[in-house]
Design a protein around this ligand. Sequence first.
Ligand SMILES: C[S@@+](CC[C@H](N)C(=O)[O-])C[C@H]1O[C@@H](n2cnc3c(N)ncnc32)[C@H](O)[C@@H]1O
Length: 296
Amino acid sequence: MKPNKQVAKIGATVTGADNMPEIREGQTVALLQELHILTRDGKMNQDSRRKLKQVYHLYQFIEPLLKEVLAEKESVSLVDHGAGKSYLGFIIYDLFFKALNDNSHIYGIETREELVARSQELAKQFNFPGMSFLPLSVAESTESKLLPDQIDVVTALHACNTATDDAIHFALKKKAKYMVLVPCCQAEVATVLKKNKAKSLAKSALTEIWRHPIHTREFGSQITNVLRCLQLEAHGYQVNVTELVGWEHSMKNELIIATYKNLPRQRPSERLQEVLETLGLEEMGNRFFTEQVAKQ
Ligand SMILES: C[S@@+](CC[C@H](N)C(=O)[O-])C[C@H]1O[C@@H](n2cnc3c(N)ncnc32)[C@H](O)[C@@H]1O
C-alpha cells in the first residue's frame, strides 16, 4: 500500500496526494482526530507520528494475513488483546475491514472500562458495525461466550506483563491461524530466575548469565520470548521473530508472527522442557504448556 500525501478536510477520507505522507488512501481523517493522532487542524505531533509509524509497520505484516484468510473463507475475525485506546484495531478496520461487505469482525479486549466505553462510542460514531469492544481480561475472554469459538487472527501489541502469554493461550484455544505479538516486559520468568538463583549458581556456571539483578531482568525478558516461540512451535506453528521499529522508537520492539502449519511438535516441545529444566524454571511448565507434555 502506498502512503497517500494529501491533507484531507475534517470528516473526509483521504483520496489524493500532498504533504502528509503518514496518512493513507481511504483513511478517515475525523477518526484519526478522535484518536488524537491528528489535531483538530489536521496536524500531527511527534508522539502521534511515532505511534502511527508503529501501527503502520504492524499493519504491513497483518494485511497479507487478512487477505490469506479471505482467500480461504468468506469472512475474517481478528481479536486485539490489551487494546488500550484501540489505535491498532481502528486503523486496521479503517484501512481494510471498512471496505468488506461480509461478517468480518474485530474484537478489542481491554480491562480498562473507560477505554472500552470510548472505543464503543467511536465505533458507533463512525458506523463501524464490525467492531466490538469487551471489558474483559485476556484470560476472561478465553472463556467468554461473547466471542466465537474460532478466531482467525490474534494480535497483542505491548499487552502488559503476562497478557501476551494469555493471548497465546487464547489463540491456541481458538485455533487461530495467525498470531501477531509485540510483547511488553514480562516479570514472571525473571522473578522465578531470581528465586532459584542460589540453587542454580551451585549447579551451573551458566547462571552467571543472570546473576546480577539487571541481567536477571534482561535475561528473564529475553528467555520469556524464547519460551513463547518454542511453545508456539510445539503447537505446530511456524514462528518468525523480527523487529517492529528501530530502537529509537521503542525499547520493546520484538515482533513475533506465528502461522499455523501443523508442523511436527515433538522436538520443540522437548527443547522447551530442556530449557525450562536447564534454567531451573520447571515450575513455569503451566505457563508454557505444550500438547506433548499434557498427553504424558
Ligand atoms: C501498554 S498498553 C498498549 C495498548 C495498545 N495495545 C497499544 O499498543 O496502543 C497495554 C494495555 O493492555 C491492558 N491490559 C493489561 N493487562 C491486561 C489483561 N490481562 N487483559 C486485558 N487488557 C490488559 C492495559 O489496560 C492497557 O490498556
